[in-house]
Design a protein around this ligand. Sequence first.
Ligand SMILES: Nc1ncnc2c1ncn2[C@@H]1O[C@H](COP(=O)(O)OP(=O)(O)OP(=O)(O)O)[C@@H](O)[C@H]1O
Length: 230
Amino acid sequence: MTQQSVIEFTDVSVTYDYRPVLNEINFSLANGEFMYLIGETGAGKSSFLRLIYRDLIPDAGSVRVADFDVTSISRKEIPYLRRRLGIVFQDFQLLPDRTVYENVAFSLKVTGTKKSYIKQRVLEVLGMVGLSHKRKSMPEDLSGGEQQRVVIARSLANEPRIMLADEPTGNLDPKASASIMELLEKINNRGMAVLMVTHDYDTVKQYPYRTLRLENGNISEVDPQKLGRN
Ligand SMILES: Nc1ncnc2c1ncn2[C@@H]1O[C@H](COP(=O)(O)OP(=O)(O)OP(=O)(O)O)[C@@H](O)[C@H]1O
């Protein structure tokens, strides 16, 4: 892996039932880079993300994330790999019966963080996403955009180097989407690499960064300003 990259795929292939979904993909995300990954339904975006957090092992090729050779790490090392990743996914929602504070604290408790530090860190990340005043609220009493900001705060708690965001603006109105994008940019400006999967071309055009498209098993760079045009 080059010194500056935090994720690197080398000739990565994934096949389901003899059907290739990713075909000898080469990819790298630089340290501190913001990048979009787009592609039609079924193009392989989820499979791509699953390779990064070691929920899927490629049929061929190698995946490196931070200092981990993900393709060959042991089961015991997987939690350490995942601690390097801030994960913001639709299907990884807040615990409905815990407060905002407890939701964020939970991710620190499970990694064995010292009690005295947990309080400090939770208040720090809630401050970062602008929701310190909602710390005692239950998730259902927050708007969709606020809930997404809590999910982001939770993903930041363990100080990851890379954020994986899957459709973070999905289901949000334009104003809430803008506040999420501004937050992701702020996090990125502090040095965290962000890989964001999205179908939201308007957002990509408004906040343009390097954009890669998965299509027919291959990955290629596209001009964000030309998205959606025929
Ligand atoms: N475990 C599996 N077994 C068999 N086929 C699978 C499996 N997981 C995914 N697929 C198939 O592989 C293809 C890529 O799926 P994947 O979920 O990675 O796509 P995606 O781009 O994330 O799609 P979406 O945008 O709809 O979430 C799809 O055709 C899917 O049906």
